[in-house]
Ligand binder design. Sequence first.
Ligand code: MG
Length: 136
Amino acid sequence: MIKVAVDYDDTFTLNPALMSRLIRLLKSAGCEVKIVTWRHSIAEGNNILEMAAKHLEIGIIYCGGQPKQAICKYLGWEPDVWVDDKPETIPDRATLGIFYTHAMMREAHLEHSAEINNHDESHANQVGTKDSRPRS
Ligand SMILES: [Mg+2]
């Protein structure tokens, strides 16, 4: 079963109707979905979040300002997929350290980065590099 963690603030709240449709679709496909939020469980305004989760019949994990991945692992529910507007709130320090090191190592090769646009007719199937300076 694929576990999907959906952030609340500025992810679910960005478009609750759309995110509710997404969550229902994921659930109907057999995924287990939970709201995983950086919020503290005693924060004001959680009643709205809790009503939404109850309505969607999904659980909530309050991370209390701690890295989400570490809290989920501690609680025994490790997401396969994260839907989050701030991915930097997900990894624990050890994991972040590894990716940060890899990113620094790759920085010298940024000219190889590319973006493929399939969503815009005017740019359909164009592949562009960020840095088009001539190679030495
Ligand atoms: Mg957020």
